[in-house]
Design a protein around this ligand. Structure first.
Ligand code: FES
Length: 277
């Protein structure tokens, strides 16, 4: 953990990360491509789904390499894993480009380790196709991939990369109906932020109908209340541009992959009240 902490603070990597971020942003165009790679259509990040193919293939190849007579099957799995790494790499870089600098530094080493691992597997594949064993190269690849996986796990589970920053907010909304003001206090088709307990909520009135979503953006916690509203009733996060439909929280554009959580709303005796779902 101390090494990871030092890596997160390694400002010397920032020259490289800034250039790479610009390159990824330029390459991942148009928006639709980024949305696909972020997993906006899927409901959660695509990268962890895509890594299952190379990880599964490489792990299975390692087992088969220990089984007499299974060398050819292991070689096939290494070919599948090496080819399957490409989409996982693309999705990973697009997610990485929207992280904070400290996590980008760790992500850079995560990506470098995985690139070395795939290179070792590629070399193993070439050796195998030329009639040699190739096992030492593939086991070396598995070892380096393990380091890459450790860093990826740290980013996801210790540093919440890819996790929803809005889901936990929902649990702190009062479970009983709580008034946030008279209906007449809410202008039509103009989002308003109210804080309930210590949770900011974004309310949207359309005629007599009011909806409310967690105001902290699910992607990285940006303030949706400070975002622009599009003519078709979506709010655009001011930090990285995730776009959510105000009426139902649906994510329209990433980098957020999940819908923005809604809270329950009712109009009771002229007052707008909200409660945890
Ligand atoms: S915090 Fe990243 S898009 Fe909202």
């Amino acid at each position: 953990m101390q090494i990871l902490n030092r890596l997160e603070e390694a400002r010397s990597l920032d020259g490289v990360t800034e250039k790479l971020q610009a390159a990824v942003t330029a390459a991942a165009q148009p928006q639709r491509v980024r949305d696909v790679l972020h997993g906006t259509w899927l409901g959660h990040p695509l990268h962890p789904v895509l890594v299952q193919l190379p990880v599964g293939a490489f792990m299975s190849a390692a087992v088969l390499d220990l089984v007499p007579g299974a060398h050819k099957a292991a070689t096939t799995l290494i070919a599948v894993g090496t080819a399957g790494a490409a989409p996982a790499v693309a999705a990973g870089w697009v997610d990485w480009s929207q992280l904070t600098k400290d996590r980008q530094r760790v992500g850079l080493v995560h990506a470098a380790a995985n690139a070395i691992a795939v290179g070792l597997y590629g070399a193993s594949l070439v050796a195998r196709l030329r009639g040699r064993s190739g096992r030492a190269l593939s086991f070396a690849g598995l070892t380096v991939a393990g380091l890459g996986a450790y860093l990826g796990g740290h980013l996801s589970y210790a540093r919440s990369a890819g996790a929803s920053h809005a889901a936990t907010e929902l649990t702190r909304v009062p479970s009983t109906w709580t008034s946030v003001g008279a209906l007449t206090d809410f202008p039509v088709r103009e989002p308003v932020v109210r804080t309930v307990g210590d949770v900011p909520v974004l309310l949207w009135r359309d005629g007599e109908h009011v909806t409310a979503m967690i105001e902290r953006c699910g992607h990285e916690g940006g303030p949706l209340g400070e975002g622009d509203v599009t003519p078709d009733g979506c709010v655009v996060c001011p930090w990285h541009g995730s776009t959510f439909r105000l009426e139902d929280g649906t994510v329209v554009h990433g980098p957020a992959a999940a819908d923005q959580p809604l809270v329950r709303v009712r109009v009771h005796e002229g007052n707008v009240e909200i409660a945890q779902p």
